[in-house]
Design a protein around this ligand. Structure first.
Ligand SMILES: Cc1cc2nc3c(=O)[nH]c(=O)nc-3n(C[C@H](O)[C@H](O)[C@H](O)COP(=O)(O)O)c2cc1C
Length: 333
C-alpha cells in the first residue's frame, strides 16, 4: 500500500500530473524543530538539472499544511504537499493503448481496470518520490547523530557517469546505475527479529522506489564466493567494532554499531526514444513505440537522496520501536 512504518508512519500521495504530490508523516514526536527551509537542500538534490535528467522543472516548494506550530512539530500528522505546475499530459496520450515496455502502463491498466491516471505515469511516476524525500528530511532529524550518505558509483557499468549518460542519451537510449549508501554513527541494537530485521525493512523501503531492481548489504552477492574465514568480520572489541564490513553493519538483522552499508541497483529508464516492440491494446497486434517527451536518461542520477530518505525513514521507525538500546534504557548491554 502507500503507507509504510509502524510508529514513524508515512503515507505518500499524488500523481505525476495531478494537482499535488506529497506525504503525510504520522508518529513524529512533538517538539522537533521543522521549517519549510529544512526541506530545500534534500529536495534540491532530487531535482533534475544534471545532464541526462528530465527537462521538467518543478519548483518543489514544500507546503507544510499541518503538524507544525511555531516552528516545532506538534505530534499531530505532518502533511507536506508539492504542487505540480510543469505538466504536459499530451505527451502521454498514446501510452494508454501502446504501453511502454519496462514501465507500469500495462500492469496499471490490468490491475485497475483502466481507471488509473496514466498522465506522466500517474502514481507510478518518479514524481511520487518528492514526498519520500520530504519524509526523509524529518526522519534524518530523528536519527541524529547518525548520518545517511548515498552516492552514485557508476552508470551503465562505468565510473565515468557523465560519459555513460551522454552516450546513452545520444543513442536515444538510457542507462542504469549502482548506488552505495552508508549510515555512520548508528547505535547497535536497531532491528526487530524476525521479519523486521534492519535489512528486511530497508530492503522493503528501497525496493519501493520506482526503478530499483537490487539491494545488497555489505559484500552481498560476493559472499557466495568467499569462505567463512574471509566473510566473517573479525571482532576487535566488546563493543563489536570490526575492521572489515562484509556483513554490511548488521548481524542477526540487528545493527552491530559499525557503519551500515548497502548497495542499490537501478535499472535504465524505461522511456527511451529508440523504437521498441510493444502491443497495440486496441487490436492486440504487435506495434512499435518510440517515447518522446521529457525523461531522465539515467534515473539513478536523482536517486541518492531518495535512497537516503528510505533508509532514514526505516531507521527512525526502528529508533522509536527499539527495545534494547542502552541510550533509552540507561543500561549497558
Ligand atoms: C526520480 C525518478 C525519476 C524517474 N523518471 C522516469 C522517467 O523520466 N521516465 C521513465 O520512463 N521512468 C522514470 N522513472 C522510473 C519509473 O517510475 C519506473 O521505472 C516505473 O514506475 C516502473 O517501475 P519499476 O521500474 O520499479 O518496475 C523514474 C523513477 C524515479 C525514482
Amino acid at each position: 500500500m502507500n503507507s509504510f512504518g509502524r510508529l514513524f508512519r508515512i503515507e505518500i500521495f499524488g500523481e505525476s500530473h495531478g494537482r499535488e504530490a506529497g506525504v503525510i508523516v504520522d508518529g513524529c514526536p512533538a517538539g522537533v524543530p521543522l521549517a519549510a527551509e529544512d526541506f530545500l537542500a534534500d529536495l534540491g538534490r532530487r531535482k533534475p538539472g544534471a545532464p541526462g535528467t528530465t527537462a521538467r522543472r518543478e519548483p518543489d516548494a514544500p507546503l507544510v499544511r499541518s503538524g507544525v506550530h511555531n516552528g516545532l512539530t506538534t505530534g499531530a500528522p505532518i502533511l507536506v504537499a508539492f504542487e505540480n505546475t510543469d505538466v504536459r499530459s499530451e505527451d502521454y496520450a498514446g501510452f494508454r493503448d501502446l504501453p511502454r515496455p519496462g514501465h507500469a502502463d500495462l500492469v496499471a491498466r490490468r490491475k485497475f481496470g483502466g481507471f488509473h491516471d496514466p498522465r506522466g505515469g500517474g502514481h507510478f511516476s518518479g514524481r511520487i518520490t518528492v514526498g519520500l524525500v520530504a519524509a526523509g528530511v524529518v526522519a534524518k532529524k530523528l536519527i541524529r547523530p547518525a548520518a545517511v550518505e548515498c552516492a552514485l558509483l557508476e552508470a551503465g557499468g562505468s565510473p565515468d557517469i557523465d560519459d555513460a549518460v551522454r552516450a546513452a542519451g545520444e543513442a536515444g537510449d538510457s542507462v542504469g546505475g549502482l548506488l552505495e549508501c552508508r549510515v555512520r554513527e548508528l547505535p547497535a541494537g536497531l532491528g526487530e527479529p524476525f521479519f523486521d530485521s534492519v535489512e528486511s525493512l530497508i530492503g522493503h523501503a528501497v525496493f519501493a522506489i520506482p526503478g530499483v531492481k537490487g539491494v545488497e548489504f555489505g559484500s552481498g552477492f560476493a559472499c557466495t564466493r568467499m569462505r567463512g574465514s574471509q566473510a566473517n568480520d573479525a571482532l576487535l572489541d566488546a563493543g563489536g567494532a570490526t575492521e572489515t564490513h562484509h556483513s554490511g553493519g548488521a548481524d542477526g538483522g540487528i545493527t552491530n554499531g559499525n557503519p551500515l552499508v548497502f548497495r542499490v541497483a537501478v535499472k535504465p529508464t524505461p522511456s527511451i526514444a529508440r523504437r521498441q516492440l510493444t502491443v497495440d491494446l486496441r487490436t492486440n497486434a504487435p506495434a512499435e513505440i518510440a517515447v518522446r517527451g521529457r525523461h531522465d536518461a539515467c534515473i539513478a542520477r536523482r536517486m541518492p537522496v531518495i535512497v537516503e530518505a528510505a533508509a532514514a525513514i526505516v531507521l527512525a521507525d526502528l529508533h522509536l520501536l527499539g527495545q534494547n538500546i542502552p541510550r533509552i534504557h540507561g543500561r549497558d548491554t
